[in-house]
Design a protein around this ligand. Structure first.
Ligand code: KG4
Ligand code: ZN
Length: 342
């Protein structure tokens, strides 16, 4: 049987990674070039938007060339061009959007606008096909959301953070511990060497809503460290990290289990930068034994952070539904989750 080969050239530039990928039929990565700028932002303790935009401009054409040559394809082989158009930093998004529009125009290819958060969810597509209805726990540096997916391209946020995102809280408390941005991986590592001795607050854990709040936990952490500094006491970093991580994981896991009770689904998807967290992955693994009919799809570790392969997978849904953008496409820094209504 001759299976049709649809190749999508995908772009991601919403924050501090410039990424270009070539994806076959939304399921096979032919190339996925990720140029990270982390080192340039570390000395500022976080992402500086203007610095990010400049790096994207410098990197994007090299990333396109590398993605095309690594995939061993030519522009005539492509079926479409996809790009993240929001949410994210406006200057950063504009670089990817402009590059994608240029390639689409020059080679007369359809243009597929992709929501960055939908992209994160579709990173799980590289484990196996998404089955609906599904629930996604989406945890990144900018977002913490529980998303109900009734069908392909249908996203409903049933809970979200009211203040800091989980990854943002990791980065802020990491700074207090003297850990470079992004602090998540190092706090995760330290947490496995310590104990939850501080019992930080689990905000909104008792509330019926599926919303989250992490700023109280962050403040409790910072106050604890400052108070200890003032009285000349040295606290064990491993225990601080373990206590913080336990509080984050408790709230994320409890809310997700309650959402699974309220929304019967076939799959639970864990995605976003914080989905790489070992404590969270282990906890959800063990909690899900109580839901034997729910399959657990974890985004592959190397696709949890921002990358264009996930954008190409999400774009393939639009490609099949023939939902294309045009040359009027603009960056939308505060894009909401109503990108496709089937
Ligand atoms: O999804 P992402 O790459 O970028 C956004 O779209 O925000 O997420 C980056 C975030 C950072 O805050 C980083 O500290 C966090 O993900 N992160 C982690 C881990 N790895 C990355 N947080 C906790 N544990 C980890 N292992
Ligand atoms: Zn992201």
């Amino acid at each position: 049987m001759n299976v049709e080969r649809n190749l999508i050239l995908a772009f991601e530039s919403s924050c501090d990674e410039t990424s270009v990928a070539v994806i076959e039929n939304g399921e096979k990565i032919l190339s996925n070039i990720v140029a990270t700028q982390i080192k340039s932002h570390q000395r500022f303790g976080g992402v500086v938007p203007e610095v990010a935009s400049r790096h994207h401009i410098e990197q994007i054409t090299d990333c396109i060339d590398l993605a095309m040559s690594e995939a061993a394809v030519s522009y005539e082989d492509l079926s479409a061009v996809a790009v993240t158009y929001g949410p994210g930093l406006v200057g950063a998004l504009l670089i990817g959007v402009t590059a994608a529009k240029t390639v689409a125009y020059a080679h007369d290819l359809p243009l597929i606008p992709v929501n960055h958060m939908a992209g994160h969810i579709y990173a799980a597509r590289y484990v196996k096909p998404i089955e609906f209805p599904a629930l996604a726990l989406l945890v990144s540096g900018g977002h913490t959301e529980l998303v109900y997916l009734a069908g392909p391209g249908q996203f409903e946020i049933i809970g979200e953070t009211r203040d800091d995102a989980a990854g943002e809280a990791y980065d802020k408390i990491g700074r207090v511990l003297g850990i470079n941005y992004p602090a998540g991986p190092e706090v995760d590592r330290l947490a496995h060497l310590g104990q939850d001795t501080f019992h930080f607050p689990r905000a909104m854990d008792d509330s019926k809503s599926f919303d989250f709040s992490f700023s109280g936990l962050k403040s409790a952490f910072i106050n604890t460290v400052h108070h200890a500094d003032q009285i000349g006491e040295t606290l064990k970093r491993e225990d601080l990290a373990a206590s913080f991580q336990q509080a984050v994981v408790d709230v994320l896991a409890d809310k997700t289990m309650r959402a699974l009770d309220a929304y019967p689904v076939k799959q639970l998807i864990l995605a976003g930068g914080v989905a790489a967290n070992h404590g969270l992955r282990e906890r959800l693994d063990s909690e899900l034994t109580a839901f034997s009919d729910v399959e657990f799809l974890k985004a592959p570790l190397k696709l949890c952070g921002d990358n264009a392969a996930m954008i190409g997978a999400a774009a393939y849904v639009s490609y099949q539904l023939k939902q294309f953008g045009d040359m009027s496409l603009n960056a939308d820094p505060s894009l909401e989750f109503d990108w496709i209504a089937s």
